[in-house]
Structure formats: C-alpha cells, structure tokens
Design a protein around this ligand. Structure first.
Ligand SMILES: [Zn+2]
Length: 220
C-alpha cells in the first residue's frame, strides 16, 4: 500500500511540475480574443477568464471586469493617439512587471505581462498611464532593438514615451495622479531588478520628471 501511495504522490508531483513548466512557456494572448473566448467557454465562473496555452494548459486566470476595463482603456488611448494597435497579454518576463511595444506581423502591438496586471490590479488610470507610454513608443517610431521580449529603448526614448504618454492619457480624460501612482508602484516593484534598472532612467530621476510634466499639463 505504501508503495502505491508513494507512486501516486510521485505521479501527481510530476504532473504538477509539468504543469508549472508549460505554464511558464512564453506566450502571447490577444486581449480581444481572451474576452470573447471567455464569454463562450467560461460560463461556470463568469467572473474570470482563462488564459490557455496551445496544449490547453491554463497558464493564468484573469478577472473578466479587469480585462473589459483594459480593452476600454486601450480603445480610448488608441483613439486619442489616432493609432490602431493590438493589445496582448503575455506570461513573458516573469517574475517582474513589464510591458512591451513592438511591431508584430506588421501591426503596431503592445503586450502587458501577467506580473504587471497583478501590480496594477483594477486601477484604470494606471492602465491608461501604462498603455499610453507604450503607444507613445509607436508614435515616436522608437524601434526596439530585437524581438518583443528584448525590446530595448534608450533612456532618451523612455523619457520621450513618458512625456507623450502623459499627454495622451490627459487628452483621453484620465487622471494624471494615476500615472504618478503607477510609476511610484513600478519603481518600488523593480528596485531589485538590475536589468530593468539598467534599461530605464533611475526611479527618482524618472519620478521627478513625471511630476514636472504633470504640473505643466495641469497648468495648460
Ligand atoms: Zn518604455
């Protein structure tokens, strides 16, 4: 009996490890499809939608209301920027919060990773700040140096995207205090991530500049 018990435990551990491995495989989900597919298949739990890998393993589940809010914010920022971009959710970049701007199959695209969704929660103004920053990279025609995951911009390009992003979210009617809250949260969350820090202007320097831009936009 003992052997059978151990065998069962062994098998379930293997399955668990296998599930954990496949769930970490980088993948992109188109945000529109997540919501529409979720409406068809997730009727048992209408509050959440599942993100499935091609082999049907569930990599994550996201609040349906957050996904709808995200699509709404994305549409409004796209309209303010007069661009038609595609929005993706990705499991890349774990465990750090991150987002990416790149051209995929000839289409301007942005991707938000699961850790970033976790960081922001359900704050629409913070999503507006994030999406506007990524759209700003496209508007300024900043070219990422490699594929989506490694997109690397210069500090100067990051500052430009911060400035234009703030203008866009302001134009789209979002509260700029959300941007400050977002960048403060992001700074705290990435303090230990040396790669992130090397790619972005230092936290304090960035926050100081963001406060200045917000002040000047409020004075206009
Ligand atoms: Zn950026």
């Amino acid at each position: 009996m003992k052997t059978i018990g151990l065998l069962v435990l062994g098998i379930s551990l293997c399955l668990f490890v296998l599930a954990a491995c496949t769930a970490n495989r980088p993948h992109l989900w188109l945000a529109d499809s997540i919501v529409s597919a979720g409406l068809k298949s997730d009727r048992l739990d209408s509050k959440h939608v599942s993100l499935k890998l091609p082999d049907q393993v569930i990599a994550a589940s996201i609040s349906r209301s957050v996904m709808k809010e995200l699509l709404d914010v994305h549409a409004k920022i796209d309209a303010a920027a007069q661009v038609h971009s595609k929005l993706y959710i990705t499991n890349r970049g774990h465990p750090w919060p991150n987002a990416y701007a790149a051209t995929l199959d000839g289409v301007q695209s942005i991707a938000i990773n699961l850790n970033m969704l976790e960081l922001i929660g359900d704050d629409k103004n913070m999503y507006a700040a994030l999406i506007a920053h990524e759209i700003a990279h496209h508007m300024k025609q900043h070219r990422a140096s490699a594929a989506l995951i490694e997109n690397i911009f210069t500090h100067h390009q990051e500052t430009e995207a911060d400035e234009l992003g703030l203008q866009l979210m302001f134009q789209a009617g979002y509260a700029l205090s959300g941007a400050l809250g977002f960048y403060e949260k992001l700074t705290r969350a990435t303090e230990q991530n040396t790669t992130f820090l090397s790619l972005h202007p230092s936290g304090e320097e960035r926050l100081k500049h963001i406060r200045q831009v917000i002040e000047s936009l409020h004075q206009e």
